[in-house]
Design a protein around this ligand. Structure first.
Ligand code: ADP
Length: 164
């Protein structure tokens, strides 16, 4: 039984995140998509909204037998990973710019907790330029985001921005 934690902000979940979940499902029996609760970072969507969007979107991902669960956590990622009895932390790498930060985090996490391995999965080329931040910016400026996020996310973005 191999369990991985896929941590992130997921504000909101994008097709790039879903692609990483699908790739990860080929390597692990269970993936816990873990939303980081970070009071310092202003988010567009609440933790509950983000959780609902991930659950809805992940239901449409082909994960052949791998269980995908959504959770949230606070504090040290490696501590959470040990609590969850996870073998690995999964992170997605889009470009060299991601790698520098991710390498630093992976090495620090290894120092803090050598039992938990970090696994980097490379993004699909089609989504390698997609980020939650950019999706929000484009939407706010009136640009199209179809194909970048799952349909339920687009609907929630519309509802959120239309509500002001
Ligand atoms: P964080 O704030 O931790 O970077 P994100 O929600 O932005 O949270 O990203 C979570 C993880 O998913 C990170 O490892 C990030 O590199 C990866 N990721 C984000 N967007 C994509 C994408 N389009 N393709 C592949 N991986 C991605």
């Amino acid at each position: 039984m191999r369990r991985a934690i896929y941590p992130g902000s997921f504000d909101p979940v994008t097709n790039g995140h879903l692609d990483i979940i699908e790739r990860g499902s080929k390597l692990f029996d269970e993936i816990v998509v873990a939303i980081l609760v970070n009071p310092e970072k202003r988010a567009l969507f609440s933790i509950e909204e983000r959780r609902a969007m991930i659950e809805e979107a992940a239901a449409g991902v082909r994960t052949d037998g791998c269980v995908v669960r959504v959770d949230s956590f606070q504090g040290l990622l490696v501590r959470y990973a040990v609590e969850q009895q996870a073998d690995a932390i999964v992170r997605g790498i889009r470009a060299v710019s991601d790698y520098e930060y991710e390498l630093q985090m992976a090495l620090m996490n290894r120092r803090l907790e050598p039992r938990v391995e970090t696994v980097f999965l490379t993004a699909a080329a089609a989504y390698s330029y997609v980020s939650s931040r950019l999706v929000k910016e484009i939407y706010q400026l009136g640009g199209p985001i179809d194909g970048l996020v799952p349909a339920p996310v687009e609907a929630r973005m519309r509802a959120k921005f239309d509500a002001g």
